[in-house]
Write a protein that binds this ligand. Structure first.
Ligand SMILES: [Zn+2]
Ligand SMILES: [Zn+2]
Length: 287
């Protein structure tokens, strides 16, 4: 999908939920940066369906073996609004400055923000800069999307009928950012890091794979908005927000619905649940 359309959807959502317009305004600048960034800077991965399926059969996301080549200076337009977003939060300022300096010196490469097993971004960068995992994960989530989306564009169709049953993105290995219940009742998890989606069982925790019905519960807002819910897991304390598109046919893209529903994150957060892609609440409140 084009980022200009994502931006339009975002504006529509803020029209629908005007109280969020001010607190969520910084997200708009990130979408602007995505829309302005030129995808030609990344050569798409040209793997065949069989190349991809071979990795997926082994349970490996493609990014574990195929890394886009992108020069740090070509990524700066994407990273700058992400850093600004975090500066306005007013925490970890020294660590952010340290990260920015290291980036300028060329000591941090774009690959240092890629998702790894069980985390987002490299532990070394986090340690050297002193940034929290939430801040590093946010930088990745706000800046990598146009790069990874262009890189995997040609491989996207290969996922159809391919073996993949994990709770991480088959392309980049990122954690789920949101879930959609589709027309046929399947659940599709969305990756905000590369824009991909993959089907995943409805009654299984995307984080720990737990299937025990006693651990899995659904939370909803008090002023119930039909179609919106939060899937939680007591075994690992993870949560994923969800929209049922059979009831909300006019809902926006997964990313827009996710960023635009901080009231649901608040409910999950207060109930003691956690997610891997950091929300504004996680960024504002030290762990
Ligand atoms: Zn992904
Ligand atoms: Zn779980």
């Amino acid at each position: 999908m084009s980022y200009a359309r994502l931006r339009d959807e975002w504006n529509d959502l803020l029209e629908r939920r005007p109280t969020f317009r001010e607190p969520l305004a910084p997200y708009g600048k990130i979408l602007d940066a995505w829309a302005q960034w030129c995808g030609d800077r990344v050569a798409p991965l040209r793997w065949s369906a069989e190349d991809c399926r071979e990795r997926w059969r082994r349970g490996d996301p493609l990014l574990a073996a195929a890394v886009p080549s992108i020069r740090p200076e070509e990524m700066e337009d994407l990273l700058a609004p992400a850093i600004e977003f975090l500066v306005t939060i007013g925490r970890e300022e020294t660590a952010l400055a340290r990260f920015a300096e290291a980036w300028d010196r060329g000591d941090v490469s774009p690959a240092a923000l890629f998702p790894e097993k069980g985390r987002i971004g490299s532990a070394a960068v986090q340690e050297r800069s002193g940034l929290s995992q939430e801040f590093v994960a946010f930088l990745a989530h706000a800046s990598l999307r146009p790069i990874l989306e262009s890189y995997f564009a040609d491989c996207r169709p290969h996922l159809t009928d391919s073996p993949w049953n994990l709770g991480v993105c088959p392309f980049c290995g990122g954690p789920p950012g949101f879930a959609d219940l589709l027309e046929g009742g399947q659940r599709r998890l969305a990756c905000h890091l590369c824009g991909a989606g993959w089907t995943f069982p409805r009654l299984e925790c995307a984080y720990c794979g737990g299937r025990n019905a006693k651990d899995l519960a659904v939370l909803r807002a008090e002023e119930q908005e039909e179609g919106y819910s939060i899937s939680t897991c007591k075994a690992c304390n993870g949560y994923v927000k969800e929209v049922d598109r059979r009831l909300r046919w006019n809902a926006g893209s997964a990313l827009v619905e996710d960023w635009g529903s901080p009231h649901l994150d608040l409910i999950a957060h207060r109930a003691g649940y956690w997610r891997a892609i950091p929300t504004l609440i996680q960024l504002e409140e030290p762990a």
